[in-house]
Write a protein that binds this ligand. Structure first.
Ligand SMILES: C[S@@+](CC[C@H](N)C(=O)[O-])C[C@H]1O[C@@H](n2cnc3c(N)ncnc32)[C@H](O)[C@@H]1O
Length: 267
């Protein structure tokens, strides 16, 4: 099936924050940080307003709940160390820990990081585009819950995540059911009380459109699956030919470094 090229729609927005742009759900009425500050697991409702004004319900309650069957289908394919990009309250970190898979989350919203840590996860307050520990040595990088949208340039994000994963690593991405969906533009997030965020760059990508995005990033979709109505792809970087000895040394170094990061990065 031919997939339309990703398109940018709507005028660029004036932004906030050090990059000059807002992040997902921040600024304006700050709906996302506000929900994360609430106690308990009930977060929603939360709506994404797209560049053309259409709205899309976001399952914020699910993000704060325990990992479900579909989340576990992703962890079934994950090898540690795992980097959960945009981890929110950290359900994937807790589920990974229960499987003894080493995992670290990153999020730009301090309240998300605090919640993830509060529930025992390892999380850093860091953007995926900032310098990160273990660059090139994460074995699995997660982009769950629409996080392929982060930054509003999915090819650039996948290229970055492919670099974080390194040779032979994989990027596990949640995509949308609508196969050809390929929207990039300035969005806002609105909560149940009508509080709206500042505009931020975001993208939504369907399960067929992701192939072109991956190819743009020099990566390949190697598996696609559905679980409980959610859609995912596993994206791989081509494996450099290395000797078995080199691979063993790399994995040993990774395990040591993960332990060091865990010890040093978490206050
Ligand atoms: C669509 S929500 C996904 C929800 C999240 N996976 C959860 O379980 O709560 C996007 C998440 O990515 C985070 N985020 C946005 N931009 C980011 C960036 N540049 N680097 C890391 N995280 C980011 C947001 O703060 C938010 O928690």
């Amino acid at each position: 099936m031919s997939v339309p090229p990703l398109r940018r729609t709507g005028p660029p927005a004036g932004g906030i924050g050090p990059s000059g742009r807002a992040d997902f759900g921040t600024g304006g009425g700050d709906p996302w940080p506000r929900l994360l500050r609430q106690a308990g697991r009930h977060l929603g409702p939360l709506t994404l307003r797209g560049p053309d004004g259409t709205t899309h319900d976001l399952p914020a309650d699910r993000w704060a709940d325990a990992a479900g069957v579909a989340d576990h289908s992703v962890l079934d394919r994950a090898v540690g160390p795992v980097l959960d990009v945009g981890c929110g309250p950290g359900r994937m970190l807790h589920a990974a820990a229960a499987r003894a898979i080493p995992a670290v989350g990153i999020d730009v919203v301090p309240h998300a990081v605090a919640r993830a840590r509060g529930a025992g996860g390892l999380a850093l307050h860091r953007s995926v585009f900032a310098r990160l520990p273990l660059e090139g040595r994460w074995r699995s990088v997660l982009l769950m819950d629409g996080n392929i949208g982060i930054g509003g340039d999915p090819s650039a994000l996948l290229h970055r995540c492919g670099g974080l994963a390194g040779d032979g690593g994989t990027v596990l991405v949640e995509v949308e059911a609508d196969p050809g969906l390929a929207i990039i533009g300035d969005c806002t997030v609105v909560d149940g009380a009508g509080r709206e965020s500042a505009p931020f760059a975001w993208a939504r990508v369907g399960r067929s459109a992701i192939r072109e995005v991956a190819a743009d990033a020099g990566l390949t979709v190697v598996e696609q699956w559905e679980s409980v109505g959610r859609h995912f792809v596993r994206i791989a970087r081509p494996l450099r030919t290395t000797s078995a000895r080199e691979r063993t040394r790399a994995f040993a170094a990774t395990a040591t470094t993960t332990a060091q990061i865990t010890a040093s990065a978490i206050p």
